[in-house]
Design a protein around this ligand. Structure first.
Ligand code: ADP
Ligand code: ADP
Length: 207
């Protein structure tokens, strides 16, 4: 199963992808996670994209497409994958269509005010990427990862200014993909405004 998770930042795509990758036994490919790991390891790519991520803008299509193309050519992707955060523009979607056939595009539908709440309360374990929310999914000990005990971080792009910018970028660049994939008959819409376990049930039902 080759799936794309579409939806605004903070819709819960990453949270559901963690469950779905176990269930379907396919890798979860988050372009945001790939960029963040390059930034952490101070690779050439990481240095190039660091400021772009912090501001909430999009990495150029050519750079992003190349990274995804290499990733999905790896052997663990032969039975399928979950693409989370890619494509985000029409040229990226066109490039993906040239790389492979996608089976389903799941659109996570969440009201904007809920998205803002989810983004502003998001916290992350810096080494594992494990996700928390200060209200909706708090860690056992405030500010610490449940398993490693590390200090949780707030992503620089989850600060207010960058959130506003990211939502504008979503509206102008990414939202048109809903129609793009609807025309191809690939869109499955799920109401993702409920709790994660219910969103996951809806995902399974939609597929
Ligand atoms: P979120 O989970 O909040 O939607 P991501 O982790 O997917 O955010 O992405 C974080 C950042 O990484 C984006 O704001 C953007 O700068 C960059 N990025 C991720 N995916 C893409 C993409 N497909 N095209 C361009 N930039 C991307
Ligand atoms: P995305 O990958 O779409 O940007 P995330 O999975 O990172 O979204 O979720 C954003 C924030 O919202 C995280 O703090 C996460 O814990 C929280 N969250 C995710 N799904 C839900 C949900 N169904 N209900 C409440 N909070 C959620």
């Amino acid at each position: 199963m080759k799936m794309v998770f579409l939806g605004p930042p903070g819709a819960g795509k990453g949270t559901i992808a963690v469950r779905a990758k176990e269930f379907f036994n396919i890798p979860h490919i988050s372009t945001g996670d790939l960029f963040r790991s390059n930034i952490k390891n101070e690779t050439q790519l990481g240095l190039k994209v660091k400021e772009i991520l912090a501001s909430g803008g999009l990495v150029p299509d050519s750079v992003t497409i190349e990274m995804v193309k290499n990733r999905i050519a790896e052997p663990d992707c032969k039975n399928g994958f979950i693409l989370d955060g890619f494509p985000r523009t029409i040229p990226q979607a066109d490039a993906l269509a040239e790389m492979t056939d996608i089976d389903a595009v799941v659109n996570f539908v969440v009201p904007m005010e809920e998205v803002v709440k989810r983004l502003s309360g998001r916290r992350m374990c810096p080494s594992t990427g494990r996700l928390y929310h200060i209200v909706f999914n708090p860690p056992k000990v405030e500010g610490k990862d449940d398993e490693t005990g590390e200090d949780l971080i707030q992503r620089p792009d989850d600060k207010e200014d960058a959130i506003v910018h990211r939502l504008e970028v979503y509206e102008s660049q990414t939202k048109p993909l809903i129609d793009y994939y609807r025309k191809k008959g690939l869109i499955k819409e799920i109401d993702a405004s409920v709790k994660p376990s219910d969103v996951f049930e809806r995902l399974k039902a939609a597929l």
